[in-house]
Design a protein around this ligand. Structure first.
Ligand code: DX5
Ligand code: ZN
Length: 220
């Protein structure tokens, strides 16, 4: 099975000192960073684009996990490849031809993933599972950091892990939104192995390193 990984979301970092916050997290043991790209249409908020990914690429050796919360994401795959992304995930609700999108990402030499909103059924990804190494289960409605974990998504993680095991697929299951040190146990037990955490890692500047270490301890 795929190893557990922590991926701090820089959405919750200090935008005036991104390099510093990323360096603090990486020095403490973060091996991946999560980039929340929001277009103000798919979600009711605008964050940042490929320029930020590219700027940090020169400063970090970590795995760059890009989460596209945008309409018609296919237009932007090449930009994120150029910016140095290792993985790009699209929302199943935002694409018309999911198989085509995943192929396009892979042809550019990146890993392709699919994100599902809390209300979106697993049936939407059932068919493409054999060609998709990563599913991101949203445990909040996307658009903002700092929201509370929606607990019914735990059952969805369980059912997805079961589906992958039954089909012998070494699926990486991400969980995104409201993850904290005090609610992570049931999330891991349900079968998630890629943990996105924004405010619970970057929320307090003087505790960034400590938080990364605490998460990694639980994830071992
Ligand atoms: C929500 C984003 C999340 C968010 C997580 O739209 O996709 O990645 O940054 O932030 P926290 O961990 O604060 O809920
Ligand atoms: Zn995200």
């Amino acid at each position: 099975s795929v190893k557990n990984r922590l991926s701090p979301s820089i959405l919750a970092a200090d935008f005036s000192a991104l390099q510093e916050d990323v360096a603090l997290a990486e020095a403490a043991g973060a091996k991946s960073f999560h980039f929340d790209i929001m277009d103000g249409h798919f979600v009711p908020n605008i964050s940042y684009g490929a320029g930020i990914v590219s700027a940090l690429r020169n400063k970090s050796k970590a795995f760059f996990d890009v989460h596209l919360m945008v309409e018609e994401p296919d237009y932007f795959f090449a930009d994120y490849k150029k910016a140095g992304a290792d993985r790009v995930s699209v929302h199943v609700e935002a694409v018309k031809h999911l198989d085509r999108s995943l192929q396009a990402i892979r042809e550019l030499g990146m890993e392709g993933g699919v994100a599902l909103n809390p209300a979106t059924s697993l049936s939407t990804i059932e068919e493409i599972l054999p060609i998709c190494p990563y599913i991101l289960i949203m445990s909040v409605n996307p658009g903002f950091g700092g929201q509370s974990f929606i607990s019914y998504t735990l059952d969805k993680i369980k059912r997805l892990r079961k589906m992958a095991e039954e089909r012998n697929l070494p699926l990486e299951i991400g969980v995104d939104g409201g993850v904290k040190l005090d609610n992570i146990s049931p999330i891991l037990e349900a079968g998630a192995n890629f943990i996105v955490a924004g405010s619970s890692v970057f929320g307090k500047k003087d505790e960034i390193g400590e938080r990364v270490k605490s998460f990694n301890k639980v994830l071992e």
